[in-house]
Design a protein around this ligand. Structure first.
Ligand code: ADP
Length: 274
């Protein structure tokens, strides 16, 4: 259950869901602490439906925490995260907002897919089962339909021939492409990518980024990506958010952020990584 600050971040207003047509993701004065370490301090930002946003910035600046909060893998300590006009970490009961229960969180998680740095495939299941298990059991999709979708998705990530393989028989890059296909098998509205190429050998990075570029080109899925791959960020994102110390230091279209950064902290970060 989320623990709310009694002081500091404002409590959520009891005013019902947001109007339709608003942002798909809305962070409203979100606070996240780990013990005394305040990682996010009343963070506000929006992401529109279909927008692809890249989070860049030094290690420890809170980027992964933002994705984990969206995936409800962490609780907020204050503020509200709205997804599609619904509070993510809260729910309505008798017209009042109360902390979300597990059933609400399960519903929310269905709309959001996440791909992690360490592929996190189910090691004891075939690739096919990795892709069909959750759609069949959580979405109630028929086995045949889930199978067909798995084949299409594997085609897209160029691994159709590995459908009956086990994750241990695949390279890291192949596992990560399966992980991307698995996230998409749930037909999420939002795809969260957390440094998905950081654990890969350099020669395997391009294949994974190509798959993501293709998804960006051919779908209108909303993407939030934490990445150190600045070339990829330039290619796929509509907007880049530069974080430092849990705050957005600077934001803008990639051409502007990479070509003409205004803030000293952005300049020095880009100088170090490019
Ligand atoms: P980034 O993704 O920008 O590298 P993170 O979101 O991973 O940053 O981390 C932000 C801060 O939160 C860091 O100071 C980190 O040590 C801290 N942090 C993240 N997760 C935990 C956790 N589970 N427990 C304690 N501290 C954490």
């Amino acid at each position: 259950m989320p623990q709310y600050d009694n002081t500091g971040a404002p409590q959520p207003r009891d005013e019902g869901p947001q109007a339709p047509g608003g942002p798909l993701i809305h962070f409203d004065k979100v606070v996240k602490r780990f013990g005394d370490n305040v990682v996010l301090r009343e963070l506000d930002f929006d992401v529109a439906a279909g927008e692809r946003v890249t989070l860049i910035g030094p290690s420890g600046s809170g980027k992964t925490t933002i994705l984990r909060l969206l995936m409800t893998l962490e609780d907020v300590n204050g503020g509200v995260i709205w997804v599609n006009g619904q509070p993510l970490n809260l729910m309505y009961r008798n017209g009042r907002l109360v902390p979300a229960n597990e059933a609400h969180l399960r519903q929310v998680r269905k709309k959001i897919g996440m791909v992690f740095q360490q592929f996190n495939l189910f090691p004891n299941m075939s690739v096919r089962k990795n892709l069909t298990e959750a759609p069949v059991h959580s979405l109630g999709v028929s086995k045949d339909e889930a199978d067909q979708r798995a084949e299409e998705l594997l085609e897209m990530v160029d691994l159709r021939d590995k459908i009956d393989a086990h994750p241990t028989q695949l390279s890291g890059g192949q596992q990560q492409r399966v992980a991307i296909a698995r996230a998409l098998a749930m037909q999420p509205e939002i795809l969260l990518l957390d440094e998905v190429t950081s654990a890969l050998d350099p020669e395997l990075v391009a294949g994974v980024l190509d798959v993501l570029r293709e998804i960006a080109r051919t779908t209108d899925i909303t993407m939030l990506a934490v990445t150190h791959e600045m070339g990829f960020a330039k290619d796929v994102s509509h907007r880049v958010l530069m974080f430092d110390g849990g705050q957005i230091v600077e934001e803008g279209p990639p051409e502007r952020i990479f070509g003409d950064p205004h803030e000293e902290r952005t300049k020095s970060f880009l100088h170090a990584v490019l």
